[in-house]
Design a protein around this ligand. Structure first.
Ligand code: ADP
Length: 278
């Protein structure tokens, strides 16, 4: 459903952020994009919906090249691509419901949206999504009155308002505590499964990535250096992606997680597993 062909991005500063990236994502496939800061992860996902203009290469989405679309074509395609942001990108002084309905702006005519008149169907869908993400009864709260986890739930529901086929997810948990991070990752993954959505999840936490995402793509200095299973991320692969580090602690956490010790309340069992794996 999505194919990047030799995608390149050179910023006006001269930085070559993507150096000919090729990648296929099948319908319903969810992958994690990992790599050190500056590797090009956020450039890559922003090129897919042309929030960042690629310098060269093709982005084939459902058979059409996104890089060649005019403004109207791009608007149509963007309706099928939802985005979830690290800092949520909510309108702080608007209510949860208003933030959700703004996810339908691509569908609602300018004057209707200006007057904030939305179709009853959209309002019904918003209520149903709020319920699904665990925010029922919160529709009239202002976004700035919510916790980080609740804001991200609004961000997720808003991205789903446009019934996308593909989700671009940029560091969804980077501003959240570890427990909330896991809840948010689980919610995103469940929603992708329920709705058959493909997703590219840009995520810096390797352990969280391997716990939730079966396919991992490793980016280093603008090039893909790994594309394979989460289980295949061993010392050599991690060193190739991130450079020389002592990966022992990370790989032990990954092994403990793989054995099912994922509950934060079960810290002692986790500790025992780390010691046993040493
Ligand atoms: P990551 O998301 O993996 O941290 P980025 O995509 O943000 O990586 O950045 C990749 C490279 O592109 C870095 O060298 C960064 O400095 C550069 N870069 C990112 N955004 C811009 C920009 N708006 N202008 C110029 N250079 C940028």
């Amino acid at each position: 459903m999505l194919e990047l062909r030799q995608l390149e991005k050179r910023y006006a500063t001269g930085d070559l952020a993507l150096k000919g990236v090729s990648l296929r994502v099948e319908a319903g496939e969810v992958l994690g994009l990992i790599g050190p800061s500056g590797a090009g992860k956020s450039t890559l996902i922003r090129c897919v919906n042309r929030l960042v203009e690629p310098s060269a290469g093709q982005i084939i989405f459902d058979g059409q090249d996104i890089t060649q679309l005019n403004a109207a074509g791009l608007r149509r395609v963007r309706r099928q691509i939802g985005m979830i942001f690290q800092e949520y990108a909510l309108v702080e002084r608007l209510s949860v419901m208003e933030n959700l309905l703004s996810g339908r702006l691509g569908y609602t005519g300018f004057w209707a949206s200006w007057l904030r008149r939305f179709a009853d169907d959209d309002v019904a869908q918003a209520y149903s999504l709020l319920d699904r993400v665990g925010l029922s009864g919160m529709e009239n709260k202002r976004a700035d009155a919510l916790s980080g986890g609740q804001r991200q739930r609004v961000g997720i529901a808003r991205a789903l308002m446009q019934s996308p086929k593909l989700l671009l997810v940029d560091e969804p948990t980077a501003s959240l505590d570890p427990k909330t991070s896991r809840q948010i990752m689980r919610l995103i993954l469940e929603l992708c499964q329920e709705r058959g959505l493909a997703a590219i999840v840009n995520i810096h936490d390797v352990v969280l990535a391997t716990e939730f995402l079966p396919r991992i793509v490793g980016l280093r200095a603008g090039s893909i250096v790994y594309d394979g299973s989460a289980a295949g991320l061993d010392h050599a692969v991690l060193t190739n992606i991130y450079g020389d580090e002592d990966w022992t602690a990370i790989t032990q956490r990954m092994q403990a997680t793989a054995r099912g010790l994922t509950d934060h309340d079960d810290r002692a069992a986790r500790d025992r597993a780390f010691v046993a794996a040493a």
